[in-house]
Design a protein around this ligand. Structure first.
Ligand code: SF4
Length: 245
């Protein structure tokens, strides 16, 4: 067989056929088309797409990558880095503070300074783990001298990050830590001592309740309110647990 093939090739060469192409028989071609079809189905099939929970992480990653060099407001001038989120992106609750402080700016994680450590302790005390909540700030960049972010800076950053985070995470409730975060959502001045401990309709996301409480940094300066803060978080925890049933 091999001898015959060699002789045929030699003869074809002498006749001037310098290049030969092998297309295989019809069966092989059909088989190959079938394989190609299977391969493309496999690539597109839903089971090969990321699972929904991984999709959430992926979408957050994309949001960060897209905006990691954001300079849409002046706060980019005073930051070391953008401070995105920490905790569980599949949580039923999103905690929101106003902006990163010095330690957060250094580490690139929200609520890792004294106030954050205090919050962790209170959460633990009421049986909640910091890892079970999603936590972030309205503004992702540290304001100079830790000043309060301006309304325009908050609105800009809400549009760049937080509104998109809420759309991706889809929590049951947003917990505003302090008046500044509450003002960013409600669009009006907030007296946190009067409005804390209650749920409100969220003008930005009507299907996601707003809950207001103190900022943990305020409690560190006013420890007489520590018990109230703890009680607020218990109310919130109960709501999240019921809403997740
Ligand atoms: S605070 Fe927000 S909007 Fe302003 S520069 Fe930082 S990431 Fe961009």
């Amino acid at each position: 067989m091999e001898k015959k093939l060699k002789a045929t090739l030699k003869l074809l060469g002498e006749l001037g056929f310098n290049e030969l192409y092998y297309f295989g028989n019809t069966d092989n071609r059909d088989l190959q088309m079938e394989n190609n079809k299977k391969h493309s189905i496999q690539k597109e099939s839903p089971q090969n797409l990321p699972k929904e929970e991984n999709l959430v992480v992926l979408q957050l990653k994309r949001l960060y990558e897209k905006n990691r060099d954001c300079c849409r407001c002046d706060l980019c001038k005073s930051r070391t880095q953008i401070v995105f989120y920490d905790g569980d992106p599949h949580s039923g609750v999103v905690f929101v503070g106003e902006a990163p402080g010095e330690e957060e700016d250094k580490q690139g994680k929200p609520f890792v300074g004294r106030a954050g450590q205090y919050l962790n302790k209170v959460l633990e005390k009421i049986g909640w783990n910091r890892k079970d909540i999603y936590i972030t700030n309205v503004c992702k960049c540290r304001p100079p001298g830790n000043r309060k972010p301006l309304p325009k800076e908050m609105q800009t950053c809400l549009n760049v990050f937080l509104k998109n985070e809420i759309k991706i995470v889809k929590p049951k409730v947003i917990c505003c830590l302090g008046a500044t975060a509450a003002e960013a959502f409600l669009g009006k001045a907030v007296r946190i001592t009067k409005m804390r401990g209650k749920f409100y309709v969220n003008p930005l996301f009507p299907n996601v309740k707003l809950f207001l409480t103190y900022h943990p940094a305020y409690i560190l300066r006013n420890m007489r309110e520590a018990k109230t803060f703890e009680e607020d978080l218990k109310i919130l925890k109960e709501f999240v647990e019921k809403a997740s049933e």
